[in-house]
Design a protein around this ligand. Structure first.
Ligand code: GLU
Length: 643
């Protein structure tokens, strides 16, 4: 049945109505927010008389102003939209029920709790006195009988401690400390004969223990906690965010308890309107006779509405219509929202086509060109859950012939759920069986430790990398170590003659260069070149390694542009245009370099006219090799084939 009242046939506004709203919903920086504009439009459309009546069976509630009306929406990253009386305080009433259900699930575990309170919709009114006789328990925790039995299960050494636990929990859901409205509490305690009768019946059936007055007081107090529509939105967003408050970042409840709460909200949250609500609106929700409603779109956001007039089922008339309209216009029904597992693989390539930022010598490049296909990189995106992992595993299956290293880059991955972690651990085992290594990059530390804890086959230490580049560099180093014998790798600081760009110089020319070259040593982390400085010299690494990096500002991290090891030069820009340095260069470890001042090199030209030309030619050849490789990488990263 549709809600009653003058606005009963007011259909939700169409998208055009919302977009064309005269309420432009400007954010402080002047950019119109279409989301806020939509809330303003809804508020405007439904703020008139709505046909319901404020609850009077608790005398204090009868004093509520029926014109109050607030809407708030909080996202899982903590952004709050609000319109109307969104900061007006009112009592939470039945919206306390799902939260206390969560507390009790955490106290006793679901197996015990379901023996005391069922999870079947009763189809009856909120205050119905009907029980699940077979199970000897109330039908569900969302009707009063179930809620009283739930409250009776709250742990605590004293009534004060039990109450403090409730108030504290609600505050953590809302992201601010909350208080009780004592007038409303006393008013309900005085007049709540029906709830008292329910509790005594439950006592009679052995559903709750003997401290009936204590449990009822607690129940009446939990219902009298003061909240605003914004608080409700944040509570709903905490449920949407699998139990982590998006504003404070605090985990309030474990995800499996949140799942149980949302399940009962979905089937029983709106009393005897629950079925129609689930059919039409499709958002797990809970209403309270104080005029509040919360609705949750898991993984996306929570809504909190407040308007005291209720329909004949005890649901806020305006709140109901706002939720209906929002769901309709934005297609929010949980069964209409489906993730797409098919886009999980953003890109896939081999180390022959994309190289790490470590510059390589010619022999090293030759190894990577020949054996780079042994390293396979998958860039992943979106969330990892059963279906997206299945898609990835299917792609890996059969596609790894000749591959020794598989890098999964998770930099663009959002959530990774338990089933994805399980499948990742299985993949690690399956690859290890075939003598292959699975490497992961860009995963948050918390997820890494979970993966490790859950692994049956321990992961080797070198399985985790901050980013794809360092993972790739590690694999390249392994290939180079496997294919260039140690005897052919340089030991100790390189002499000038062994450096590629000085090849082709005659012995006399080399000796002349030797006279202008300065040998400089740097300790790890020391800056060699500063961005913006005048470029008047260039460098060659003798031993150690340097990093070319961009400083992305105080909040952001450094971006590594290149890593340069022995025999390779940097700062060559000085030879060409002598302009300003375009990035910082710092020593990555204890490093020794040759520093060649450009002016002094120019002075050699009189006696040795060919030196400059030979150096420019060698550096030019080196740069064009890098350019060619960069073009190839862009092709691979853009998903294009070889030319
Ligand atoms: N304190 C109210 C009662 O038990 C809560 C009812 C409700 O909000 O639905 O009657």
């Amino acid at each position: 049945m549709e809600p009653q009242g003058p606005n009963a046939d007011a259909k939700g506004p169409g998208w055009r109505d919302m977009a064309g709203s005269s309420f432009d919903g400007m954010s402080p920086d002047g950019i119109a927010s279409p989301v806020l504009a939509a809330l303003h439009t809804l508020h405007h459309q439904h703020r008139g008389p709505c046909g319901g009546a404020v609850a009077t069976y608790i005398p204090e509630l009868a004093k509520a102003d029926p014109s109050l009306f607030g809407i708030s929406l909080a996202t899982v990253d903590g952004h709050v939209y609000e319109v109307g009386d969104s900061r007006h305080e009112f009592t939470i009433q039945s919206i306390s029920k799902p939260l206390v259900y969560g507390l009790v699930l955490a106290d006793h575990g679901r197996d015990h709790v379901v023996t005391k309170v069922g999870v079947e919709p009763s189809g009856d009114a909120f205050n119905s006195i009907i029980f699940d006789e077979k199970g000897n328990r109330p039908f569900n925790p969302m009707v009063n009988a179930g809620a009283i039995a739930t409250t009776a299960l709250i742990d605590g050494a004293s009534p004060e401690e039990r109450l403090a636990r409730i108030v504290d929990l609600f505050g953590r859901f809302a992201g601010r400390p909350l208080a009780i409205d004592h007038e409303v509490f006393l008013s309900e305690r005085e007049t709540g004969h029906r709830n008292r009768a329910i509790a005594w019946l439950e006592r009679n059936f052995g559903m709750i223990d003997a401290q009936i007055d204590e449990h009822l007081d607690l129940y009446f107090q939990q219902c009298s906690i003061l909240v605003t529509a914004c608080d409700l939105a944040m509570m709903a967003a905490t449920l949407a965010n699998a139990g982590v408050n998006p504003k404070t970042g605090e985990r309030v409840l474990a995800p499996h308890h949140v799942r149980d709460i949302l399940s009962v909200m979905n089937t029983c949250g709106m009393y005897d309107y629950a079925g129609t609500w689930s059919f039409d609106v499709g958002l797990p929700a809970k209403s309270g006779v104080g005029g509040g409603i919360i609705a949750v779109l898991p993984g996306q956001f929570g809504i909190g509405t407040f308007s005291p007039p209720l329909d004949d089922r005890g649901n806020s008339c305006r709140g109901l219509r706002v939720c209906q309209a929002l769901s309709e216009v934005f297609n929010l029904h949980v069964f209409a929202v489906s993730p797409s597992p098919l886009t999980v693989i953003r890109n896939q390539y081999r180390a022959t086509r994309v190289h790490s930022k470590r510059l390589r010598s010619a022999p090293e490049r030759a190894v990577l060109d020949r054996f780079g296909d042994e390293v396979c990189i998958y860039e992943l995106q979106g969330d990892l859950y059963f279906a997206s992992m299945e898609r990835l595993l299917r792609d890996l299956d059969g596609g790894l012939e000749g591959v020794c290293y598989v890098i999964l880059d998770a930099r663009r991955v959002g959530r990774i759920d338990a089933s994805a972690r399980r499948l990742l651990n299985r993949l690690h085992e399956a690859l290890a069986d075939q003598g292959k290594r699975l490497l992961l990059s860009g995963l948050p530390a918390s997820l890494l430790s979970l993966l490790r804890e859950e692994a049956e086959l321990p992961w080797p230490d070198e399985s985790w990398f901050e980013d794809e580049d360092t993972a790739l560099e590690w694999c390249e180093n392994r290939l180079i170590a496997a294919h260039i014998p140690a005897s052919r790798r340089p030991v100790g600081p390189l002499p000038l003659a062994a450096i590629e760009i000085f090849a082709c110089l005659t012995t006399d020319e080399l000796a002349a260069v030797q006279t202008i070259v300065e040998e400089v040593r740097y300790c790890a982390g020391e800056r060699i070149i500063r961005e913006g400085e005048q470029a008047d010299c260039f460098y060659v690494v003798r031993s150690g390694s340097v990093i070319v990096r961009l400083d992305l500002g105080p909040e952001k991290r450094m971006k590594r542009l290149a890593a340069i090891g022995p025999g390779l030069c940097f700062g060559e820009i000085a030879l060409f245009d002598g302009g300003h340095r375009s990035a910082d260069v710092v020593a990555d470890e204890e490093t020794s370099c040759y520093r060649i001042p450009v002016e002094r090199l120019a002075q050699l030209t009189g006696a040795y006219p060919d030196i400059r030309a030979k150096l420019l030619f060698n550096i030019g050849r080196e740069l064009s090799a890098r350019l060619r490789s960069a073009t190839g990488e862009i092709r691979a990263l853009e998903g294009l084939g070889d030319p």
